[in-house]
Write a protein that binds this ligand. Structure first.
Ligand SMILES: NS(=O)(=O)c1ccc(O)c(NC(=O)NCCCCO)c1
Ligand SMILES: [Zn+2]
Length: 258
């Protein structure tokens, strides 16, 4: 089974998931000097229904909040997207220390963590169908930076961690509007890429927010207190669940800002 250890990590995923060696893989390193400002890029808009939030779970690879996506209840539109994409889940990737953990790297900067809000295009019927389409999925990426004024909105997710310490644990997670996690600025980079986990389908329009949100070192430690093992298995900390940057292969990264 794939993971992030030396025997099953990113360097070996292609053995069972050939797409992992594709030409449009994610994450990537973004170098501002190669980014193209595109003045035609619209601003993006999220209209989320707090009532769509359902549960929070530890699947042994990340901490994920799941939303009801059986109809257009919480949607993302605008930006590089055409149509309304349904919010399905959000999850995070983080490191074993504050100096690394994000998947995308910006001008050489690795953030402590990266939060992904995963949306899919209902014109493709269901999530499984959307994975097979180049415009099937849209993920908003938010960088988490350790700083002196932590964002109180992260507290809700981090408080719930107590109840999902080990793999397979799930808890109700109701009345939550994830748009409270957005930073002030709506500036973003966008490019076409893939899931950063196997099977690495190349169906994602990435929308990466330029402004990181701040968390405290204690909040990061909370995230690192999650375990990748199940309750009755030997303890193994859930940390460093990030894929390193992949070859750009000639792709253009566009910016909504100058
Ligand atoms: N990082 S991402 O590209 O935004 C991304 C978006 C949606 C996903 O479902 C995954 N994959 C995922 O959650 N895998 C871990 C548990 C698999 C269950 O065995 C990754
Ligand atoms: Zn992710």
């Amino acid at each position: 089974v794939w993971g992030y250890d030396s025997d099953n990590g990113p360097e070996r995923w292609h053995e069972n998931y050939p797409l992992a060696k594709g030409d449009k893989q994610s994450p990537i390193e973004i170098n501002s000097k190669d980014v193209q400002h595109d003045s035609s890029l619209a601003s993006w808009h999220a209209s989320y229904d707090p009532g769509a939030a359902k549960t929070i779970l530890n699947n042994g690879r990340t901490c994920r909040v799941v939303f009801d996506d059986t109809f257009d209840r919480s949607v993302l539109r605008g930006g590089p997207l055409s149509g309304a994409y349904r919010l399905r889940q959000l999850h995070l990737h983080w490191g074993s220390c504050d100096q690394h953990g994000s998947e995308h790297v910006i001008d050489g900067v690795k953030y402590a963590a990266e939060l992904h809000m995963v949306h899919w295009n209902p014109k493709h019927g269901n999530f499984a169908g959307a994975l097979k389409q180049p415009d099937g999925v849209a993920v908003v990426g938010i960088f988490l930076k350790v700083g002196p004024t932590p964002k109180p909105e992260m507290k809700r997710i981090l408080e719930e961690i107590e109840n999902i310490k080990t793999k397979g644990k799930e808890a109700p997670f109701l009345h939550f509007d994830p748009s409270i996690l957005f930073p002030k600025s709506r500036d973003y980079w966008t490019y076409h890429g893939s899931f950063t986990t196997p099977p690495c389908e190349e169906c994602i329009t990435w929308i990466l927010l330029r402004e990181p949100i701040e968390v405290s070192s204690d909040q990061m430690a909370k995230l690192r207190s999650l375990s990748k093992n199940a309750e009755n298995e030997p303890a193994s900390p859930l940390v460093d669940n990030w894929r390193p940057p992949q070859p750009l292969k000639g792709r253009i990264v566009r910016a909504s800002f100058k």
